[in-house]
Structure formats: C-alpha cells, structure tokens
Write a protein that binds this ligand. Structure first.
Ligand SMILES: Nc1ncnc2c1ncn2[C@@H]1O[C@H](COP(=O)(O)OP(=O)(O)OP(=O)(O)O)[C@@H](O)[C@H]1O
Ligand SMILES: [Mg+2]
Length: 362
C-alpha cells in the first residue's frame, strides 16, 4: 500500500471513530458518573455518615483497596450525595498534594500557612468547622515520612468536637507507621474494597460507553474487562484507558490498546512515586545482582548526591514492600552461602524509571 492510500484510509478510520465519541469526559479519571457501580461496601460508609449525622457518634474509618478499586470515586460520589439535605460538612484533601499536617490544614482553610504555627492553624480550623465535620484524607500512605507524629490525626481524633476522619489508601502498611499514641485514639474501623471481578468492570465500561460513545462493538468491553482482571490487577484505570485507545486509535486491535493502556498507567505510576520510592527504584536499577543491602547502600548515595535525606534500612524495607504491592518490583529470597538474602527484581521498564528520575533530578 502506498503512503497516500495508507494516510487516506487511516484518516477515514480515525474520523469514523472520533465521530463515535459523544462525550470525551467519560475517559477522564476524575469523572464522577451519574450512576457509578455501587459496591456492597459502600453501604457501610453511608451508614457511618448517617450515624454521625444523626447521633454525633463518630467512628473513624480506613478504606483499603488496591489501585483503581474505586475508593476515591466512591467517596466523591458520596460527597455529592450528601451535599443536599445534610448537616454534615465534608472536607477532602489528597495527601499526595498536601503531605503534612500544615499543608492539609492550610488547604482545608484555603489559607497560606506562612507565619502561623500548627496550633494556630488548628485553632482556626476549629473555629471555622464548629459543627459535625467529616475529614477525608485520600492516599494517606503518602504522608511525608519526615512528619512522624502525624499531628493533625492526633488533634482531630482527640477533639471534643467529635470530628470524623476517613482515610483512604492502597497501602495497608501506613497504619504501622502511625505513632502508637495516635493509633490508640484513632481506633479506626476498616473497610476493605476487594478487587472488582470481570463482570463488574464490564458493567463500569458499559455505563461509560452508554453515556459517551455512539456505538461499541459487542464483546469489546468484556474482553477489556477480562484482560484487566488477569493482567492489571483489576485496575479500572487500565480498562478505561484501553477503551479510550480503542475508540480513538484507528483500527488497533484490542490487545494492542490494552497493552498501550497498561504501559501508560505504569508511566503514571512511576511519575507519581514519592521521591524516596523513585530513588529506591533508580538505585535498584543500577545494581547488577540487586541484593537489597547493596541497593540500600546505593540508594543512600544517590539520595545524598541529590541533597535528600536518606531513610533508614527499616523504612527502606517497608518501601520495598510498597513497590512490590504496586507491581513495580518483586522480592525474592535467595540462598547465599549458608544464609538467605533478599534480591529485587524490577518488573517495570527501567527506561521509564531513568526518564522520570532525570526529569525530577536533573
Ligand atoms: N464503581 C465504579 N463505577 C464507575 N467507575 C468506577 C468505579 N470504580 C472505579 N471507577 C473508575 O475507575 C477509575 C479509578 O477509580 P479510583 O480513582 O476511585 O480508584 P482508587 O481506588 O482511588 O485508586 P488509587 O488507590 O490509585 O487512588 C476512576 O476513573 C473511576 O471513575
Ligand atoms: Mg484514589
């Protein structure tokens, strides 16, 4: 086929497909559908909201679930559901962007935190929110490790105003990092969002298709759903992105669209890592036998050369488990002489790690 024929043919396909999209916003990860698929666990959250609204009894909650299991979406949906006819103030902060007590409070008060002490900021918070208030802290595992005390959690959980705290995370180990004194006043209830099955992911895709696409070939959504469960740990973001590629990338096979979507999500995942985690991955990529001890030594060097305070071996180890839970690395115990040592295998494309590192540090 000559290039002109190829170009004309491809243009026709792309034109046809983009005409089939009525609403691009359905592909936006922050889009809140009118009728999201409601998981059973949501009732537990609604009950907690209602109980607090009616009786002022607040029980703090932790919502766990792997990436793309709908934690953020569900809480945003409930926030909307409770805007009308409710006496509750519902506040939301994502710890990814506001990673210390200071920053969270300043954000919730819409203030600059300059020149104020933490207790002054907190007093302002109390004055402003003097009635029933739910504070949602999303991606709480990204709390800056340097703020060990997590003072805001301590203040909120001891406050006579009975604030209610909702903590969302895909990394259950963050609870271990919280100071014992804070943990004992928080006493959170745990809600676990299990991974979606293929049928549920298909329903989510069908709902988006119905509100955003003119047509979709039968069987596409169920294929994407099956791949997502099998190869992307049920992360609905991968499913939505695959559908997007399928709808916009003239004639690519569904397998290719899925692969591209999965690769993109890895890029996002690595780009979103905390500095410590990114440096650990970078350090691992430079050590040929990848024994954890050597990687840690290399990590300390790299952190120092970038004027970052390196974390301890224990914390480093916790971060390795986190990277493993994200599917970026795998830990294997290998016999060395007569003892066992842990070795890291990098599961993602190392080029992406180098690229993100260069963008952030050079
Ligand atoms: N029940 C659902 N109905 C409709 N869309 C959903 C549902 N669950 C998840 N999604 C969609 O999947 C994508 C990922 O969901 P969400 O951002 O809520 O995941 P998460 O659990 O917060 O992940 P992370 O741990 O990475 O923050 C979003 O675009 C969201 O709209
Ligand atoms: Mg989320």
């Amino acid at each position: 086929m000559d290039m002109k024929t190829y170009m004309l043919e491809k243009r026709r396909i792309i034109n046809d497909q983009s005409k089939s999209i009525i609403n691009y916003s359905i592909f936006d990860f922050n889009y809140v559908p009118e009728n999201p698929l409601i998981r059973e666990e949501t009732k537990q959250i609604i009950d907690a909201f209602l109980k607090y609204e009616e009786t002022n009894i607040s029980i703090n909650q932790v919502i766990f679930g792997s990436r793309g299991s709908g934690k953020t979406l569900m809480i945003k949906y409930l926030e909307q559901l409770f805007t009308e006819g409710s006496s509750l103030n519902i506040l939301y902060a994502n710890v990814r962007y506001y990673s210390t007590s200071f920053k969270i409070l300043a954000h919730l008060l819409n203030l600059s935190s300059r020149g104020l002490s933490l207790s002054e900021l907190y007093n302002r918070f109390r004055e402003k929110y003097n009635s029933k208030t739910i504070i949602i802290l999303d991606e709480i595992h990204l709390w800056a490790p340097k703020e060990k005390q997590r003072e805001l959690l301590y203040f909120l959980s001891r406050d006579k105003r009975n604030y209610m705290i909702f903590m969302l995370s895909n990394d259950p180990r963050f609870l271990n990092d919280i100071d014992q004194s804070v943990k004992s006043t928080l006493q959170p209830e745990l809600i676990h969002f299990r991974n979606y099955d293929a049928h549920e992911i298909q329903k989510i895709l069908d709902e988006r298709t119905a509100s955003g696409l003119k047509k979709v070939d039968a069987g596409i959504n169920s294929k994407i759903a099956a791949y997502t469960v099998r190869e992307a740990n049920s992360d609905v973001r991968v499913a939505i992105k695959s559908l997007f590629y399928w709808a916009t990338q003239g004639g690519d096979s569904i397998e290719k669209c899925f692969e591209n979507a999965r690769r993109d999500i890895y890029v996002d995942l690595i780009a979103d890592l905390s500095d410590t985690n990114l440096l650990i991955l970078k350090a691992a990529s430079q050590i040929s036998d990848k024994f954890a001890k050597k990687v840690h030594m290399n990590y300390v060097d790299i952190a120092r050369s970038n004027r970052e305070q390196p974390c301890s071996y224990v914390h480093f180890y916790n971060q390795l488990s986190y990277l493993q839970s994200l599917g970026l690395i795998m830990m294997l115990s290998t016999k060395v002489n007569r003892t066992y040592a842990n070795r890291i295998t990098i599961l993602c494309n190392e080029k992406i790690v180098h690229h993100v590192y260069k963008l952030r540090y050079k």
